[in-house]
Ligand binder design. Structure first.
Ligand code: GLA
Length: 379
């Protein structure tokens, strides 16, 4: 990818820039908990966005070329210059959010490309935001923004320029990722810990359904609104502080739908803690059990699954896979699977052929390689 980007940079702008990369992420457990003040357990993966960037000496003209879109875009750094192309809005948003925080962004030229599959729930947009946030921090701000602030710059970009009211998990993971470690982040305090990923006798693998259900009315934001409504009703800041007893005591004042959403979130909070304990003991069977329970909750209570993902989950169970669940926001994309080495090949063959038989196309298989976060590229 490096060579292709450098050639495109030379062709579009002449000469060369500085290369930066930032990865997508996976998440072991703790789904839809980030915006509820809970815990998440993500890691960066070996799929990333790479950008070649060079200040262009102008006061505020940004010129971009996206290799994957085969499209160019030019914008100024003032609010009224927001580009209409979605892919360019991510970069524009990052620039604006840096400026809003008192940082410096001057004109620059950039070419970028990526291999994070789009719409697969692997956070290609967070990778793009983190790549540019880190690069612009390095190029124009002497790296004065701490890493967590870079993640927040990406998150605010989603909120203010892309209409997604996301939590902090994706940008956090893309910025903080570390090879061979997953991270447990407390989304309320912002504290986090690195856990070495020890999977003796097991593998983690993503199975990508390659379906993306574009649902009207922004269902992600609606889920978040439900949680916030219940938290207000229970008099807590976020559902992190709610218990099933509190929820049941207020049952009559909460819609059936909101009740289900909150029931999932409260259950997920427990499951994440169980998984931490189990990981400390090296008990991967319990980790897997909780992953299946999370899938059930995401499918039946939070209602962010779809037929294809439920099917993938069923096949995993039939094959004796230790743990399997929807990963990320939902409504399509991948399942994350914890698979014993001895059944791995059989699982991959079975899930590939059964899915194809049913839906006419093969799922994509991505073995998880836990990788480093946003950085200046080095060979
Ligand atoms: C998306 C959001 C994250 C998180 C997950 C669900 O990936 O961007 O903030 O809420 O969904 O866990």
């Amino acid at each position: 990818m490096k060579k292709m980007i450098e050639e495109a940079f030379a062709k579009h702008f002449g000469g060369e820039g500085i290369l930066y990369v930032a990865p997508g992420r996976f998440n072991l457990i703790g789904e839809h908990t980030d915006y509820n003040g809970g815990f998440v357990f993500p890691g960066a993966i070996d799929k990333y966005i790479m950008a070649d960037i060079r200040p262009n000496g102008t006061d505020g003209v940004v010129r971009l070329y996206s290799i994957d879109m085969d499209a160019s875009c030019e914008f100024g750094l003032n609010e009224e210059d927001a580009p209409k192309e979605q892919w360019a809005r991510y970069v524009f948003g990052v620039c604006r959010e840096i400026i809003k925080r008192g940082g410096v962004v001057k004109g620059f030229d950039a070419v970028f490309a990526g291999n994070v599959p789009l719409g697969a729930g692997l956070s290609s947009s967070a990778a793009l935001e983190s790549c540019f946030a880190n690069a612009l921090n390095d190029l124009f701000n002497d790296n004065r923004f701490p890493r967590m602030e870079l993640a927040k710059i990406g998150q605010s970009t989603e909120h203010n320029y892309c209409g997604v009211n996301c939590g902090i998990m994706d940008q956090f993971a893309s910025v903080h990722g570390k090879k061979d470690y997953i991270m447990r982040l407390d989304c309320r305090s912002g504290e986090f810990e690195y856990f070495p990923i020890r999977l003796d006798g097991y593998k983690l693998v993503l199975v990508d359904s390659r379906v993306k259900h574009e649902l009207v009315d922004s269902p992600y934001n609606k889920r978040r609104e439900s949680c916030e409504r219940v938290a207000r009703k229970l008099g807590v800041e976020t559902l992190r502080d709610a218990t099933m007893d509190m929820l049941n005591a207020a049952k009559d004042e909460i819609s059936q739908e909101d009740y289900m959403r909150a029931e999932y979130v409260i259950g997920e909070k427990e499951r994440v803690l169980d998984v931490c304990d189990a990981l400390n003991r090296g008990d991967l069977e319990t980790v897997g059990d909780r992953m299946y329970k999370t899938h059930q909750g995401l499918s039946k209570l939070y209602e962010v699954s779809c037929e294809e993902l439920d099917f993938l989950n069923d096949i995993a169970k039939e094959c004796g896979v230790t743990g399997s669940r929807i990963m990320g926001g939902g409504f399509g994309g991948c399942t994350v699977n914890l698979v014993r080495d001895d059944i791995y090949d059989n699982f991959i063959d079975t899930v590939t052929s059964r899915f194809k038989e049913r839906y006419g196309h093969e799922p994509k298989i991505y073995p998880i390689v836990v990788s480093d976060g946003a950085r200046r590229y080095q060979e």
